[in-house]
Ligand binder design. Structure first.
Ligand code: TPP
Ligand code: MG
Length: 329
């Protein structure tokens, strides 16, 4: 159960690389637009952006198969886009409009898609971890070969319910990939300030759960690790832990004074480790794409995001009667 070194090589096709570039760029531009709409007062309440962490969800989605499930925290827009949920529907939910995926009544942290097997969006830190094991229990019971990706943060990883879940998941050999998105901070608290055992994935050893740490800024290493995790689960060997080391560029939420780290720290990450720039480099230096081709992708993504934003402004607010619907399932 030793930590693995990054092994991802560039024996990956041009189309595959372009796909990752597109998917990560969609999340980046979507989140930038959400930040703008928030600044304009069109989005209210909490809004947690995923900028910087794009390679995590895009790499893991590349390891998933149709029917696999995903569940995550409140930092969820990237997960929704990566599993194919409609950008217009997500953005309109952020602006609280009728065309939103929860009819404008859920907002940023509460969207779901039965069709895409996306089970939320959970605002209570760590709450999705036992729920993710429950989804995997259902799949094991049905013997359908499906795997559940259960995402949570480094802060959540210090919660008791995570370890109760580890114990049961391993005992029952549930097909669940626990993905610790270690973005180095839980609100304003760095990992160094919250634990003396910074290798979070190794805690699974106490329950006999296999796992590894992964470079989460490199979409190819994430995908490779995701494939190992999924293969482990599908072979009936029980859960697997991936600690994906990543970084969030923006504040915890839109209201974050950002006093707990320096601007230089963030800039260094952007300059040296950016997940999108890494793939851009691979595409250009490997001659898999020209600057013009990449520009065309950028333009296409910009259009998709602008259309989503227009839809999110034009869609009406939910009717008053909607207050009385969708209360109980
Ligand atoms: C049970 C609970 N306690 C506290 C909070 C307030 N809170 C919201 S996010 C957060 C930090 C979580 O950090 P982490 O798990 O690392 O996820 P990240 O925000 O970095 O994605 C806290 C303490 C909450 N929502 N729920
Ligand atoms: Mg965190």
């Amino acid at each position: 159960m030793a930590a693995r070194k990054s092994t991802a090589k560039s024996n990956v096709s041009a189309d595959e690389l372009k796909h990752y570039y597109r998917e990560m760029l969609l999340i980046r531009r979507f989140e930038e637009k959400a930040g703008q709409l928030y600044g304009m007062g069109l989005i209210g309440g909490f809004c947690h952006l995923y900028i910087g962490q794009e390679a995590v969800v895009v790499g893991l989605e590349a390891a998933a198969e149709e029917g696999d499930k995903r569940i995550t925290s409140y930092r969820d827009h990237g997960h929704m886009l990566a599993c194919g949920m409609d950008p217009g529907g997500v953005m309109a939910e952020l602006t609280g409009r009728e065309g939103g995926l929860s009819k404008g009544k859920g907002g940023s942290m509460h969207m779901f898609s039965k069709e895409k097997h996306f089970y939320g969006g959970h605002g209570i830190v760590g709450a999705q971890v036992p729920l993710g094991a429950g989804l995997a229990f259902s799949d094991k019971y049905k013997e359908n070969g499906r795997v559940t990706f259960t995402y949570f943060g480094d802060g959540a990883a210090n919660q008791g319910q995570v370890y109760e879940t580890y114990n049961m998941a391993q005992l029952w050999e549930l097909p669940v990939v626990f993905v610790i998105e270690n973005n180095q901070y839980a609100m304003g608290t760095s990992v160094q300030r919250s634990t003396k055992s910074p290798s979070l994935w190794e805690r699974g050893a106490a329950y006999g759960i296999a796992g590894e740490a992964v470079d989460g800024m490199n979409v190819l290493t994430v995908k490779e690790a995701g494939e190992r995790a999924v293969a482990h689960c599908r072979a009936g060997k029980g859960p697997y832990i991936l600690e994906v080391n990543t970084y969030r560029y923006r504040g915890h939420s839109m209201s974050d004074p950002a006093k707990y780290r320096t601007r230089e720290e963030v800039q260094k990450m952007r300059d040296e480790r950016d997940p999108i720039e890494q793939v851009r480099d691979m595409l250009l230096t490997g001659k898999h794409a020209t600057e013009d081709e990449l520009k065309a992708i950028d333009k296409d993504i910009k259009n998709i995001v602008n259309q989503a934003a227009d839809f999110s402004k034009e869609s009406p607010e939910p009717a008053l009667e909607e207050l009385w619907t969708d209360i109980y399932a």
